[in-house]
Unconditional design. Structure first.
Length: 188
């Protein structure tokens, strides 16, 4: 509802269907004119977005789908570190657990995780990419992620891990600090 009492939707409908000069009230009311100008701005932005080059968006969608496709397949079965039994775990199940372990480290978010068998035994190499905040030394954060991943691999899954290779591929934005007396978000 506009301050003049007219519905914004009605003013926009009239502006879309006819020129504002055709409606004397729209032409004379400052609130209606402002609403029509706002609609013109929105329409111009929409037209610009529609004509924008979408190749970048398609490339992004292709990359996302290839990652999703890789994560959906169960992957190879990896041997667990029990030489007396032939126990195995699907690579994607193990990778999910290890990504979750990395995510427990404040300021780190796992992006990808692969597990590669090493030699003929039960050893596997963990290869992980992640996003990390830069609010403390990166080396310390990566070391903490490596420890969390290694602990989870051994304790939770029973994997024999030969190495945990981590590459930081993205920087996480720091969350804004909340000051006392200010709302924590939303609402209004």
């Amino acid at each position: 509802m506009l301050p003049c009492g007219r519905l914004l939707s009605r003013v926009w409908e009239q502006a879309r269907d006819a020129a504002p000069a055709d409606d004397p009230r729209t032409a004379s009311c400052p609130h209606c004119r402002e609403a029509v100008e706002g609609l013109a701005t929105v329409n111009a932005a929409t037209r610009a977005l529609r004509t924008e080059d979408t190749r970048g968006l398609h490339a992004l969608a292709d990359r996302v789908m290839s990652i999703v496709g890789a994560e959906v397949r169960p992957g190879r079965l990896l041997p667990l570190a029990d030489p007396d039994r032939d126990l195995r775990i699907a690579e994607n199940a193990a990778a999910k657990v290890l990504r979750q372990a990395a995510d427990t480290v404040h300021g780190a978010r796992a992006a990808t995780c692969r597990l590669v068998p090493e030699g003929e035994g039960t050893d596997v190499r963990v290869i992980m990419t992640l996003a990390a905040a830069l609010d403390r030394p990166l080396r310390d954060r990566v070391h903490e992620v490596r420890r969390a991943v290694l602990h989870s691999a051994v304790q939770d899954l029973g994997l024999a891990v030969s190495a945990v290779d981590i590459a930081v591929v993205e920087v996480l934005e720091q969350e804004p600090l909340l000051r006392p007396g200010f709302p924590t978000g939303g609402g209004g």
